[in-house]
Design a protein around this ligand. Structure first.
Ligand SMILES: [Zn+2]
Length: 390
């Protein structure tokens, strides 16, 4: 499935019914004999397979197409209202359908075109198409997608982010930091994490050992059919992921113009108030302003060990929807944006000017002369964070 399911931090970008319905769509695509990214959507089967109601599925389909249907609620501050109203880039697009025709959709590019149109005469697989349209791909066991209704809610988010961590680390056995895992999965309570681990389908795929009160847990992936640990039997997907990671690490290294240290110094010169914890900086999020109990908290996380000029993401928990009980997170869209875009927003200047200010700061830091003329080839070698395939 497209790796747009995750942001540059490895955080899930979809939650609740949106996540289940999206995975269900990917399953339908996968089942097509000609994997061209299209699928026919039938409500009855979708309800049975995802465990969500017709209303929730319609709402998820709308939101996956980039236009969330909001139910007006009283008492939401204006700021929150505006962040919820903002459209997200579409993940699927309706191709055809109508009163007497089945609804057909397609996986789409970030601009909303069905990915098939990029195939042309090439004999490309779905995976190839996802890769060449810049969507990237993420391998998910069919075992999981076939059991979406059993995994409904937190278990699905937990198992997906567990697999994501294993693929990123290229290890079928690893130690997970619970706080990080919760953030990636978009859940707030420890109890949700624990009950997800105990969910049978999750347990078939991964065993988690955790001692009460500890911040870390041991995780081991299993072959759900054979019941054997994947540490002895590295699946093909892991090999592919490892190979791809090695290639992109090599490319990222070559493309990197600035070191992590240089970027961090520059960032602190622009945001002296940034809080540094481990390798991450926390600053005020321009979208949600991290309000917690009426107090402003820096929730936008920025780090410089990834991407050509760093990456950023905010996943602040905003509220629980009264009607469906679903959690709402900050939707600050950072795809294609890197930390110097923050300066542009804050100071009301063009991103290119912000980039030049960054470049000049670093040149001076190196004892080189700052450039006065605007460069046309601004930063073309380093891919923006969101476009680096996972
Ligand atoms: Zn935010």
């Amino acid at each position: 499935m497209p790796s747009r399911l995750f942001d540059s931090f490895g955080y899930l970008t979809l939650h609740g019914a949106d996540l289940s319905v999206y995975l269900y769509c990917c399953l339908l695509v996968h089942k097509q004999p000609d994997e061209d990214g299209q699928f026919v959507f039938e409500m009855n089967s979708a309800e049975a397979d995802t465990g969500y109601s017709e209303r929730q599925i319609w709402r998820a389909l709308a939101s996956l197409q980039g236009n969330p249907q909001r139910t007006p609620q009283k008492g939401i501050p204006a700021l929150e209202e505006s962040s919820l109203a903002k459209n997200k880039p579409p993940l699927i697009v309706k191709v055809s359908g109508g009163k007497f025709l089945p609804d057909t959709y397609s996986i789409c590019t970030e601009y909303g075109s069905p990915i098939k149109i990029y195939r042309g005469d090439k004999k490309e697989t779905l995976r190839g198409m996802l890769f060449s349209t810049g969507l990237g791909y993420f391998d998910v066991p069919c075992y999981l997608i076939d059991r979406l209704s059993e995994l409904k809610g937190a278990p699905l988010a937990v198992v997906l982010t567990g697999i994501k961590q294993a693929i990123d680390l290229q290890q079928a056995k690893f130690v997970a930091i619970l706080k990080e895992w919760k953030s990636m999965a978009g859940i707030t309570k420890d109890a949700d994490l624990h009950s997800a681990w105990e969910c049978k389908t999750v347990h078939d795929l991964m065993r988690v050992s955790h001692k009460k009160g500890q911040r870390r847990a041991g995780v081991e992936l299993f072959d759900p059919v054979r019941g054997t640990s994947l540490t002895q039997n590295m699946p093909e997907a892991m090999d592919r992921a490892a190979e791809k990671a090695a290639i992109s690490a090599y490319e990222a290294d070559r493309a990197r113009e600035y070191t992590q240290q240089e970027l961090e110094k520059w960032f602190l010169s622009e945001f002296p108030e940034a809080e540094k914890r481990d390798d991450e900086f926390y600053v005020d999020c321009p979208e949600c302003h991290g309000m917690r109990q009426g107090k402003r908290t820096p929730t936008l996380r920025v780090r410089f060990d990834k991407g050509g000029a760093g990456v950023m993401a905010c996943h602040a928990f905003i509220k629980k929807l009264k009607r469906s009980g679903e959690d709402v997170f900050c939707s600050f869209e950072t795809k294609g944006k890197v930390p110097y875009h923050l300066i542009a927003t804050r100071d009301g200047i063009a991103p290119r000017q912000a980039l030049e200010r960054m470049r000049n700061y670093i040149l001076v830091l190196r004892g080189e002369r700052a450039e006065e003329i605007e460069s046309e080839v601004a930063f073309s070698t380093s891919a923006p964070a969101g476009e680096i395939p996972i």
